[in-house]
Design a protein around this ligand. Structure first.
Ligand code: SF4
Length: 689
């Protein structure tokens, strides 16, 4: 009624932006968002948020929202009913499947959507369409970190929580910029450093905000992190500083691993990383002197040819020094999107069913098959990089993508766009008509988090529930409803009427979620997986055992893969990363007025040395050329970057497109994560100031 419309409504939600997972109340009146109100009981952030959580919600009511399903006719799109749109998807996908087999279909899931939606999407791909060709965007960022953790300690997640990070003696941040990417976490680190004397070591090409405050900021040559990490580990062995008891009781493969680091001498490290021997020794001493060390890392580590191996080197160093299974220590890959962790946890991966259980394992598969009443293909499917390749050579003909802007965020986008044009049938489901949607045959209008119910899992494995604030706009539907309705068009008879029922099914099937349920998650409650049947979570992993059959961790020998060389002509290294005020490709933040205005137009960070050498100043216009593309951009001369290293922030639609015109199709050898951080360019000056 009109009366009710006038009332102020307060609804608990979880931030839709980064992996920190702040929760707060949204105050609304009708469809108007009045404010975001924090609460001391919020498990991650208490009364803190960053600008995105506080002001980043206008996009929900943007005029540009999709409100109706669209069907392509020739070069234009026409509005359609849900029945028309879903019938067409069902018909086309069935035809492709019948003519070419189920593996001619590909499914790309969303790390911005809920756990329940990710679970349902992989169920749709595997049980209804009979393919494991499913992946999510962590392939672009954090899959190497998960793979490394699974090699060494067993679970693909942070080993403790942000409380452990705040209470550690020493925090090491490698290739990450929490001040801009995980702001509330950065605040906690800054506070611990200032008030408690926590030691802080930052390894980064840029003198970012944390690097400025750090006790030690190191600047290794691009792509050489594995070398200094391994050299530090070797030095620790040489000095006899390894945690002998821990290694004896809890870790396998110690001797073999020790042999494998023999080559990482101080001299070798000095040559390959450019860091002095004294610096390597200093790092080893800092770790030796601390009671507990947490290592945090992100895309500066993972987006390389050897991203998984470098992540593994981090885990190895932590194992050798006994920094797992105790409070205030451990491994912390920082997840980018709000639900990168959950998308992987709930099985939108080609080789893993939900709960990181191998799809090839007959016992695992039969558990899911029984519950779903269908078969599941045994062979692991294609990851999203392989799906794009398979489109190019005609093996994959139909694709379903939701909540992802692949035409902006994939590396070497010219190549990706060409692939999309070859698709016989392409379904894109989103809240906006994204750049990717331009290639679609059917566009389905989805609902953002404020218009639905569900759970997200943050970077520390914490599952939190959020509630519906608004009814979906126009004809929009929550993503899970769309999957259900499509499955039912194909005869699946899925009866879910609320996401809680999806979680109930998942909890029954997946041991690490055994005790997860919506009642437990009422109010400000949260659960950190693995969750026992009684609802009790596990904020700190590996206290008694590692996740291997004998309960022991494994040291995993790795070797260095030097970064890709693009030829002498491309004489400058190009780095890229996030901005505080903006999020990822900017599809949401660009449309939030309060955020758009505080971000200046795109710029390129150029070092003082290079600016002098090329005779340019701030404001100059340059053209960057890589072997893959060209972009024009304005220059900002700064001491944040050094020498021949450039930095291009990537968080507007304009900028990310610029970055990814320059990046290549090379990737991490273990996971196919693109080597975004290994771009090389040449720079021509178009205007000097
Ligand atoms: Fe918190 Fe991240 Fe959201 Fe900022 S963007 S409010 S740090 S969850």
């Amino acid at each position: 009624s009109a009366m009710r419309e006038d009332r102020i409504k307060k609804t608990k939600t979880v931030c839709t932006y980064c992996g920190v997972g702040c929760s707060f109340e949204v105050w609304t009146k009708g469809r108007k968002i009045l404010k975001v109100q924090t609460h001391a009981e919020a498990p991650v952030n208490g009364v803190s948020t960053c600008v995105k959580g506080k002001f980043g919600w206008d996009f929900v009511n943007s005029e540009e929202r999709l409100t109706k399903p669209l069907i392509r006719k020739g070069d234009t799109f026409h509005e359609a009913t849900w029945d028309e749109a879903l019938s067409l998807v069902a018909k086309k996908f069935t035809e492709i499947k019948e003519e070419n087999g189920p593996n001619a279909l590909g499914f790309i899931s969303s790390s911005k959507c809920t756990n329940e939606e990710n679970y349902l999407f992989q169920k749709l791909a595997r049980s209804v369409f009979q393919t494991n060709n499913i992946d999510n965007c962590s392939r672009y960022c954090q899959t190497p970190a998960s793979a490394a953790l699974m090699r060494t300690v067993g679970y693909g997640g942070d080993s403790g929580t942000m409380k452990d990070i705040a209470n550690a003696d020493l925090v090491i941040v490698v290739g990450a910029n929490p001040s801009e990417s995980h702001p509330v976490l950065a605040t906690r680190i800054k506070r611990a450093h200032k008030l408690r004397g926590q030691k802080l070591l930052v390894a980064d090409l840029r003198k970012n905000e944390l690097a400025v405050r750090a006790d030690l900021h190191i600047h290794p040559k691009p792509g050489s992190d594995l070398v200094w990490l391994s050299a530090v580990t070797k030095y620790i062995f040489d000095k006899g500083w390894e945690d002998k008891e821990f290694l004896k009781e809890r870790v396998n493969n110690v001797e073999k691993y020790k042999e494998s680091v023999a080559k990482f001498t101080l001299e070798y490290a000095e040559e390959k990383t450019g860091l002095s021997k004294e610096t390597i020794i200093k790092i080893a001493e800092m770790i030796h002197e601390s009671k507990g060390t947490c290592i945090l890392w992100a895309m500066g580590v993972t987006q390389h040819m050897g991203g998984t191996d470098t992540s593994t080197a981090i885990c190895n160093l932590l194992l050798v020094t006994g920094n797992f299974g105790k409070p205030n220590a451990g491994a912390y890959p920082l997840r980018g999107h709000n639900n990168v962790q959950g998308a992987g946890d709930f099985g939108t991966m080609p080789n893993w069913l939900p709960g990181y259980e191998p799809v090839e394992n007959d016992e695992v598969r039969s558990r899911f098959e029984k519950a779903w009443g269908t078969t599941i293909p045994k062979k692991p499917g294609l990851n999203n990089h392989q799906i794009v390749e398979a489109i190019t050579d005609g093996r994959v003909k139909g694709m379903y993508l939701f909540g992802e802007e692949m035409a902006l965020v994939d590396s070497n986008i010219n190549f990706v766009e060409e692939a999309f044009e070859k698709l016989e049938f392409f379904v894109v489901q989103d809240i906006f008509f994204s750049k990717t949607a331009q290639y679609a045959d059917v566009v389905l209008p989805a609902a953002p988090s404020l218009e639905k119910e569900g759970t997200f899992t943050n970077t520390e494995r914490r599952i939190q529930r959020f509630h519906q604030v608004f009814k979906p706009l126009g004809d929009c539907k929550p993503d899970w409803e769309i999957f259900r309705d499509l499955a039912n068009k194909l005869g699946a008879n899925w009866k879910y009427s609320h996401p809680s029922e999806i979680m109930e099914e998942a909890a029954k099937l997946i041991p690490i979620f055994a005790g997860v349920n919506y009642e437990y998650l009422e109010g400000w409650n949260s659960q950190v997986w693995p969750v026992k049947t009684n609802g009790e979570g596990t904020p700190l992993l590996y206290q008694d055992t590692f996740k291997f059959t004998d309960g022991k961790a494994r040291l995993f020998p790795v070797d260095w893969t030097p970064p890709h060389q693009f030829g002498e002509e491309y004489d400058l290294h190009l780095n890229n990363g996030r901005l505080l005020e903006q999020f990822h490709e900017g599809n949401m933040t660009d449309r939030s007025a309060g955020l758009h205005h505080i971000v200046p137009s795109p710029w390129l960070e150029v070092s003082e040395e290079l600016a002098k050498e090329r005779g340019i100043e701030t404001g100059a216009l340059v053209r960057l050329t890589s072997p893959y593309g060209k972009v024009k951009v304005r220059v900002l001369v700064t001491d944040t970057v050094k020498g021949n290293e450039l930095y291009l922030p990537m968080n507007t639609r304009e900028n990310i497109q610029a970055v990814n015109k320059l990046t290549s199709s090379y990737y991490d050898k273990d996971t196919h994560t693109p080597n975004y951080k290994e771009a090389a360019v040449k720079m021509e000056v178009l205007e000097k100031t």
